[in-house]
Design a protein around this ligand. Sequence first.
Ligand SMILES: [Zn+2]
Length: 384
Amino acid sequence: MPRSTDLITPTDRGLWCAAGNFHIDPWRPVERAVVTHAHADHACPGCEHYLASPATCDLLRVRIGPDIDATPLPFGKAITQGDTRVSLHPAGHILGSAQVRVEDTRPGAHNDGTWCVSGDYKVDPPQQQDPTAERFEPVRCDAFISETTFALPIYRWPDRARVAREINAWWRANAEAGRTSVLLAYSLGKAQRVLRLLDPAIGPIGVHASIPKLSAVYERHGVVLPEAVTANAESAPDLKNGGVIVAPPSASSGPWVRRFAGPEGLRIAMVSGWMRVRGRRRWQSLDHGFVLSDHADWQGLLDSIEATGAARVGLTHGSASIMARYLAEHASLDAFVVPTRYTGEGDGENKADGDEDEAPTGAAGEAGGDAVNDQAASEAGADA
Ligand SMILES: [Zn+2]
């Protein structure tokens, strides 16, 4: 349970550390924001000051504005903020994503003196590490606040190499049949993960106009991505010739995508952890779905929580109450739900350039709809 003496507490603006006088990932403008990563549901515009990893600061300048007051804090380096020591540690979610470790330095600080807020995180097996995000590092702490976007046992991610083979085989088959391939992936993080998997030998690669300025930050920070053209009227003739286009999900519903159709049309596939639930693809009328997430799966969450050694665990985003119950019953942890503004389905615009934190629109009703026979969807429905 939350306690009045907690170092970090939920407020109507997000997580707040009174001893350090800062918020973590506030959703309304505040004076001092420590930001875990640059997705829209974690990085609020209008704050007076931002503290974040160097890559996140660069991404914030692209997404929020070039003139924000942002101080870069390299991973593992601790600074004093009021009566606390603050350090950032890789979260493996997107480039620059960080967990925030906060240590209470007041004399006589109580037992729960070290906290860690995960933000969004992804744990890859050593041989499967995605090169577009820094490797997740477990942080020892007394209290851990973990995200729970995919906190259901049905969420188990296939290995990265297999997903790459599936995507490239699908693209190749489409190209040979005279069809353009469209892969739907959020512009920041997922798009770069997908680009890195593509085999440029198959055909030309195009990206939606929202992606190049974000990919440029990745490249400045040493991430190698394949050559890609901006998908527009100029590049359309080339892309129609067996090309693949990576675009945010919002781009699939309008006329924009039709201009790239090859002689035999086009095929659209979503790339998301949500595609683990087969019924979701049917519900969204997608041609195909590939299971690739930038969040930890069920086992990844359990392993990460255990690795912190924390006796108290706050859960937030997604299936928080399910995970809280599981941890209390199976691991005898003091587990509790941390309220967030971002629950349920979110709005389409936020998803378009934000994150896959929010389930695709309509997902909550899915289990009772056309996916009623889908075992996985039925389990997912328990959270709806
Ligand atoms: Zn995120």
